[in-house]
Design a protein around this ligand. Structure first.
Ligand code: HEM
Length: 141
């Protein structure tokens, strides 16, 4: 009798692999770049968002169960510690979460279980980075 667990698709595969993640990440930075509602968050980032697009897509891909290239290139990097050097307020954390939720929605994944789970985790991480508990659909503190 085969007692091995069935192979379930990883979260990475469920949201379309590298191209699915790239679409969400590009939408996220396009929103950050174009919507004045994210101006404070945008101002924290370098003028050229190209390196960030590649880095966030690489990080999220590995985080969701895809290729580990990002962590191989950044061994031992803790996302929380990496952000400790930035001044992250509850408002900029709220902007980050809201832009990411919108990016998933704009890519047709508003109610996707993986998107819901990832956004819930982002809210916890962003709250930790801002030293605040962020609740609600729009990440309001
Ligand atoms: C709480 C709100 C957040 C703010 C305000 C914020 C801000 C920043 C800033 C200012 C940078 C550097 C940008 C640059 O050099 O141009 C950065 C880098 C980065 N952030 Fe965030 N961040 C937030 C949340 C997150 C979360 C939740 C994640 C992951 C799920 C994340 C992943 C990354 C990655 C992968 C990088 C690039 C690291 C590198 O390649 O050096 N950030 N973030």
């Amino acid at each position: 009798m085969d007692t091995s667990a069935p192979e379930l698709p990883s979260p990475y595969e469920q949201i379309g692999g590298a191209s699915g993640i790239a679409r969400v990440v590009h939408r996220f930075y396009d929103l950050m770049d174009e919507d004045p509602g994210y101006a404070e968050l945008r101002a924290m980032h370098a003028a050229d968002l190209g390196p960030m697009r590649a880095s966030l897509a690489g990080f999220l891909g590995g985080w969701a169960g895809g290729p580990r290239d990002w962590s191989d290139a950044n061994p031992g990097t803790c996302m929380m510690s990496m952000h400790a050097g930035f001044t992250i307020t509850p408002e900029t954390a709220r902007q980050w979460i809201q832009a990411m939720e919108r990016a998933f929605a704009d890519c047709g994944m508003a109610g996707h279980p993986v998107a819901l789970l990832m956004n819930e985790r982002f809210r916890m991480m962003a709250g930790g980075m801002a030293g605040a508990r962020l609740t609600g659909d729009d990440g309001k503190a």
